[in-house]
Design a protein around this ligand. Sequence first.
Ligand SMILES: Cc1ncc(COP(=O)(O)O)c(C=O)c1O
Length: 394
Amino acid sequence: MKVPLLDLKPQYHSLKKELDDAILRVAESQYFILGPEVENMEKEFCDYLHCKHAIGVSSGTDALLLALMAIDIGPGDEVIVPTYSFFATAGVVSRLNATPVLTDIDPVTFNIDPEDVKKKITKKTKAIMPVHLYGQSAEMEPIMKVARENNIKVIEDAAQAIGTQYKDGKCVGTIGDIGCFSFFPSKNLGGYGDGGLVTTNNDELAYMLRIKRVHGGEQKYYHKVIGGNFRIDALQAAVLRVKLPHLDKWSEKRRSNAEYYYELFKKEGLAEEPGKTKFDDENQVLLPEAIYKSEIRNQKSEIRNYHIYNQFIIRTQKRDELKKFLTENEIGNEIYYPVPFHMQECFANLNHKKGDFPESERASETSLAIPIYPELSNEQQVFVVQKIKEFIQR
Ligand SMILES: Cc1ncc(COP(=O)(O)O)c(C=O)c1O
């Protein structure tokens, strides 16, 4: 049995007519960049996320870059980021000639460690960028508190987390000053190419984001400030508008797939208790924290943290061999991320060394994403867990 890490075809076929019509509607209009399709999409995202402003942009990376430009990050400024994330989180800071100041992660959630954030604040700190990695909210309360006390902006990297809720039920991306989303095709809500979104409840920031999206002017060829081309295509907006009403259903399916994995791993005697971060036994697999239980799912008001499982990550001491074994058995898998920022060649100037961020390093050495997409069948999940069992016990 073949089990891809992600298969987008079933989703396309389930919405083929609507998607094809939307694409043709843009072709008929011959209006390709921004315009009514994008404006309607932005209104729909404001409703979905419960925020005042949503601004469509060219990618998740550009959302982060534009957010930092909107708060005037530049040379001499420090921006606190986790060392364990997708490259763009730190890359955009360096592109503006500011300094990414790295922190370790919480090993249970893989997200930025708020205690480490506090230690890294200096007079030069202008922003903190928590990442809601794999679709799970970072611990926002202490981050917002320390940011407000020190007059520091919070830019949320919610690229993997559209629809994720923090413990108070607020959508991530609407808690800090600016939220940044990606519509890269593999995200829970993916476009047909690159796309992204920035969100804010602050009118002045929204103004800056809007003008810096189009080279810094309200009016063509008159530039108030330096901006860039961060525009989103109408085609992407049209596709996203068809998909958005289905997003919650898809994320719920990912959550029930996650629940089924927990059940299967437990039944097979393979898993340590969810949430454990240290291996007692090398023949065990560590699962992500079971932050939701059936009781919680049924009581909306008590949702602590609504994980949308953009990725389902297992951890094992034999990660590299398991990766090879799963690949040989045609089971899709991926390492997110094999090298933390402090060990990347391009960040040698930050003067870090192996050992500086032990939890991030451990996560890089032991984690592996396995298939979790909504259309994954129970049979495929049983097969994945059986194969992992075969590997671990051989
Ligand atoms: C955490 C994180 N930040 C930023 C990005 C950048 O998004 P994009 O690929 O749309 O530029 C991604 C996308 O993979 C991501 O996962």
